[in-house]
Design a protein around this ligand. Structure first.
Ligand code: TXA
Ligand code: MG
Length: 327
């Protein structure tokens, strides 16, 4: 990529950063927990670029940020406990996982295809001003390369992502320094998925009772676990060069020599892995609803974003292997 520009988090810098986000760019910005790497949550290509910059080996779902709770009304369905927690701890270091609305405009890639979405209103004044100026939901994982520590200064961000993102909004050291607490509010009992800036005790005091822990065997919903990831209903066959008539065919790159398929979609006819990542979940969903018997997928290179794409496809295919063995 090009050089990353570091700018002061003043009025002018914030407006420039908001403009960069609106046009699909990547902006690191301070929150009270850690620096986030922001991208427009509604643009598939911006989200694909974000995963590429982080070098994530898989597509973890992202937390979507806004400057006020009402901005999430069209994205998620609220419940009473979630309202209580948001009222007490927002703006602040708490993320709530809620069911998405049918018309939720957030990229399926940002949601990793899940029917739920993590949302948060941060309290850092620079984050709030940026989110207000951007005027749209912003997905923001911690602004570090995958596998390295979360950044709490602009220097950390530059060391980890310099040359890979458009802008760093420099706003000093973050005050909390650990990530937000994540609570899954989609079940009957709220479930703590990640300890963070708001303590478990504070949450339980606010709700007036104990909450479940994500490590509970009965609640296998911790991030990264297979159960929390999207898999199509139709069985998947990978590395296919010839699809059956009863199968949908998900292709990648030039279609020469890749034959058959009752319905064909191409992740990226030109063989661009960013484009393929941006299309992956939306196309899987479409083929899943095709009424055919299965989905055949052509080979995807195991490099860059291709690793994350293949990780998702292998997990989805593995689901059917275990079903087969049970028979
Ligand atoms: O403090 C924070 O939360 C920072 C700042 C930038 O806001 N962000 C952050 O994002 O830590 P990230 O991507 O590093 O961590 C997000 C975590 C992941 O472990 C992911 O699996 C989980 O949130 N997550 C997101 N959406 C989820 C969902 N729908 N269900 C379960 N877990 C979810
Ligand atoms: Mg992180």
């Amino acid at each position: 990529m090009h050089a990353t520009i570091v700018i002061a988090a003043d009025h002018e810098g914030i407006n420039r950063a908001a403009q960069t986000l609106r046009t699909g760019g990547l902006v690191a910005f301070p929150t009270e927990t850690v620096y986030g790497l922001g991208a427009d949550a509604t643009q598939d290509h911006a989200i694909a670029a974000l995963y590429a910059a982080k070098g994530r080996p898989e597509f973890n779902p992202l937390i979507v940020h806004a400057d006020m709770a009402a901005a999430f009304d069209s994205l998620v369905t609220w419940n009473e406990d979630a309202r209580l927690l948001a009222g007490r701890f927002w703006p602040g270091p708490l993320s709530l996982v809620l069911p998405t609305t049918p018309s939720c405009p957030v990229s399926l890639l940002a949601r990793a295809g899940l029917p739920s979405l993590a949302v948060r209103v941060p309290s850092h004044p620079v984050a709030r001003a940026l989110l207000a100026a951007a005027g749209r939901p912003i997905a923001a994982p911690s602004a570090n390369r995958s596998g390295s520590l979360s950044p709490t200064t602009p220097t950390h961000v530059e060391a980890s992502l310099g040359g890979k993102i458009d802008l760093i909004l420099a706003g000093g050291r973050t005050s909390i320094g650990i990530e937000s607490t994540i609570i899954d509010m989609t079940g009957t009992t709220p479930c703590l998925l990640r300890q963070g800036g708001v303590s478990q005790e504070q949450i339980e005091q606010c709700l007036g009772g104990p909450i479940a822990l994500g490590t509970d065997a009965a609640q296998p919903k911790a991030p990264g676990q297979l159960a929390s990831h999207y898999a199509p209903d139709l069985p998947l066959r990978l590395h296919v060069t010839s699809a059956r008539a009863g199968e949908a065919f998900l292709l990648f790159g030039p279609e020469l020599g890749l034959i058959g398929g009752g319905k064909r979609l191409n992740l990226s006819p030109s063989g661009d892995l960013h484009e393929a990542a941006a299309n992956l979940f939306a196309m899987l969903h479409e083929l899943d609803k095709s009424g055919l018997d299965g989905i055949a997928v052509s080979a995807i290179p195991e490099t860059g974003l291709g690793r994350a794409i293949n990780d998702r496809l292998r997990r989805a295919a593995a689901k059917f292997q275990s079903i087969k063995f049970q028979n």
